[in-house]
Design a protein. Structure first.
Length: 384
């Protein structure tokens, strides 16, 4: 893919890799498995300047770039997954403001987010609305100068540590009873309470919210009433391909570890890499990683060039890269044998860390729905 990236993008990639190697790796060792965003991680990410590509230059960013978001996630995820998650949430919880925010909202929130002075999150999922976003039950009732929100949110990443977030709720209109709207919510608002911290199989700050009579000023309504569903979908269009990039980073670490281990580990009088059954696993991993890299960066380039089918390619990239990374990491565990299932080994940690990526931001099955719908729609247009 190198030839498709600009010199500036390649320089950015080198910066991300150096940051991951020199800053994040020691930090990961120091912090271990975590379920929040400790101050040391907040500060490190803030000082890295890597939030820049998530935001336009006019609001303190370095210019929104899907390619660079992917490069940053790929570099971070293989080294310290919680850093990658925090980064991704800064995108999911910031991009809706970039897309739909008023000038005032943009001026107020985006520079803070771009500089990492505030952490944000994306409050979409509910107990009864996971894959089926349109089944949201949280309501925001119009009370003139404010909305009153009641409901529940679940599986909200960075929900414990975030200072603010984008909340999606039903705003029933006479002609549109199922309308969904988006709001900017802040931790300081009374009624936004963490109900429960959830324990995932791998390091993750993730919570459930109980929302009781949360008063959200009208000035915090994001985009038009009823515009929330499309805004959520457009946000996912950008961020899904970057989940593929994170998977890629994890798979690459699994391959690097497997290359090292299989040359050092001797069984039956020779390094296990001398057995074709091991060498072929390494080859299979390399093929899957290269294929995933191609799909992820093609999707990102399409997004940056404003291609009409960027959403379709984002789903393809997310689906393939997360599934391929899962297969690679599983092979890495097999190559490592007993060490691979030893709690705390790198590949054991990756095995737990990769699994949620096939679920969050749309399961593999939801990506297939989007891909198939795109194919059918394109076919229909051709016939017209
Ligand atoms: N961009 C802009 N508009 C979009 C869109 C997109 N990517 N995807 C859908 N829309 C629009 C459609 O064009 C349609 O508009 P009209 O009503 O004007 O025709 C509307 O939104 C409804 O679309 P659709 O009928 O496809 O909605 P569905 O309820 O069938 O749901 C899926 C579509 C399944 C794709 C959606 O619910 C989804 O992405 N689910 C997964 C959610 C997810 O990723 N959850 C994880 C949360 S974040 S960790």
């Amino acid at each position: 893919m190198e030839h498709l990236l600009s010199k500036e993008d390649l320089d950015f990639r080198a910066r991300c890799q150096a940051y991951a190697r020199d800053e994040l790796r020691p930090l990961a060792k120091q912090l271990g498995e975590i379920d929040d965003v400790p101050e040391a991680l907040r500060t490190s990410l803030r000082d890295s300047g890597l939030y820049g590509p998530l935001y336009p230059k006019a609001f303190g960013g370095q210019g929104l770039s899907a390619v660079r978001i992917c490069l940053a996630r790929e570099a971070m995820a293989g080294v310290f997954a919680p850093a990658d998650t925090t980064y991704a949430m800064q995108g999911l919880g910031g991009y809706p403001i970039v897309l739909a925010g008023s000038e005032e909202q943009k001026q107020r929130f985006l520079p803070e987010l771009a500089a990492g002075r505030r952490l944000t999150t994306f409050c979409l999922t509910e107990p009864e609305a996971g894959s089926d976003v349109s089944a949201l039950q949280t309501t925001a009732m119009d009370a003139g100068d404010h909305f009153v929100v009641n409901g529940r949110k679940r599986f909200i990443s960075n929900g414990f540590s975030a200072d603010m977030g984008i909340l999606f709720a039903r705003t029933p209109l006479a002609d549109k009873p199922n309308a969904i709207s988006a709001f900017i919510v802040e931790k300081s608002m009374a009624g936004w309470n963490v109900d429960k911290r959830l324990a995932l199989m791998a390091s993750h700050d993730i919570v459930a919210f109980e929302i009781k009579d949360l008063r959200v000023p009208r000035t915090h309504l994001l985009g038009p009433v009823g515009g929330g569903f499309k805004l959520a979908m457009q946000t996912l269009d950008l961020m899904r391909m970057s989940v593929g990039a994170a998977a890629l980073g994890m798979a690459q670490t699994a391959l690097t570890e497997s290359l090292r281990y299989s040359q050092a580990r001797v069984q039956f009088g020779q390094p296990i890499v001398a057995f074709q059954s091991t060498a072929f696993k390494l080859a299979d991993m390399a093929v899957e990683i290269e294929a995933a890299r191609g799909l992820v960066y093609r999707a990102a380039l399409k997004k940056d060039r404003g291609a009409a089918d960027a959403s379709y390619h984002s789903s393809i990239a997310k689906l393939y890269a997360t599934e391929a990374a899962f297969r690679c990491i599983d092979q890495a565990v097999q190559i490592h044998g007993g060490v691979g299932v030893l709690r705390g080994s790198t590949v054991e940690r990756l095995y737990r860390e990769i699994r949620p990526l096939r679920v969050y931001e749309g399961t593999t099955e939801i990506q297939k729905v989007i891909i198939a719908n795109h194919l059918l729609k394109a076919e229909k247009q051709k016939r017209k």
